[in-house]
Design a protein around this ligand. Structure first.
Ligand SMILES: [Zn+2]
Length: 187
C-alpha cells in the first residue's frame, strides 16, 4: 500500500515544503499546509457538485425564443498539467425552447466545471454540453477567454497573451447569422 494514501492532504503539503527546500516548522509556514489543504479543497469542490441539479432547481416554462446572453462571467480554474491557475471570462448564450433557467445558475455551472483540474478546451465543451443536455434549448454558445499562469509565470509565452476557446450547438452551429449576432454582442 502506498504510504502517502493514508496521509492527510496537509501532511503531504508539509512534505512538499520540505522537498522544495523549505522548513515547514518556521513560523511563517506553520499553518501553511492546513491553509493550502483548505484552499485546494475549495478550488476543486466542483467534483462534488452536480451541475444538472443546479440547473433543474431553477427551470421555468416560458414560451420565448430570443437569445439569452450572460457575458463577462468571472472564471478561475486550475490547469491539469501544472495545477496552476488559469482565469478569465466566460460568455454564454442560449436560445430557449419552452424553458428558461434562472440567470444566476449559469455562472454557478461555470464554477462547478472550473473548480476541477481542467484544460480550457474541455471546460468550454463541458459547459456547452451540460446546458444543451439539461435545458434542451435551440442552441448554446460558450466563449472563454483566459490567461494561463503556467504559460505566463514559466515564461513559455508572451506575458499578456490570452487563449480563446468556443463551443457551439444547435442554431449557433447551423446558422451563421445567429452566431454572428452572439459574437457581436460579446465584443
Ligand atoms: Zn498548465
Amino acid at each position: 500500500m502506498n504510504d502517502s494514501s493514508n496521509k492527510k492532504l496537509s501532511d503531504n503539503i508539509a512534505e512538499i515544503l520540505k522537498q522544495i527546500g523549505e522548513d515547514p516548522n518556521r513560523e511563517g509556514l506553520l499553518k501553511t499546509p492546513v491553509r493550502v489543504e483548505k484552499s485546494l479543497k475549495f478550488l476543486t469542490e466542483g467534483y462534488d457538485l452536480n451541475p444538472v441539479e443546479i440547473l433543474k432547481s431553477a427551470m421555468f416554462s416560458e414560451d420565448r425564443s430570443q437569445m439569452v446572453l450572460v457575458k463577462d462571467i468571472e472564471l478561475y480554474s486550475l490547469c491539469e498539467h501544472h495545477m496552476l491557475p488559469f482565469f478569465g471570462k466566460a460568455h454564454i448564450a442560449y436560445i430557449p425552447n419552452l424553458h428558461i433557467v434562472g440567470l444566476s445558475k449559469i455562472p454557478r455551472v461555470v464554477n462547478v466545471f472550473s473548480r476541477r483540474l481542467q484544460v480550457q478546451e474541455r471546460l468550454t465543451d463541458q459547459i456547452k454540453t451540460c446546458l444543451q443536455d439539461t435545458l434542451n434549448p435551440k442552441g448554446v454558445a460558450v466563449v472563454i477567454e483566459a490567461q494561463h499562469l503556467c504559460m505566463q509565470m514559466r515564461g513559455v509565452e508572451k506575458q499578456h497573451s490570452s487563449t480563446t476557446t468556443s463551443a457551439f450547438s444547435g442554431l449557433f452551429l447551423k446558422d451563421a447569422k445567429t452566431r454572428l449576432e452572439f459574437m457581436n454582442l460579446i465584443k
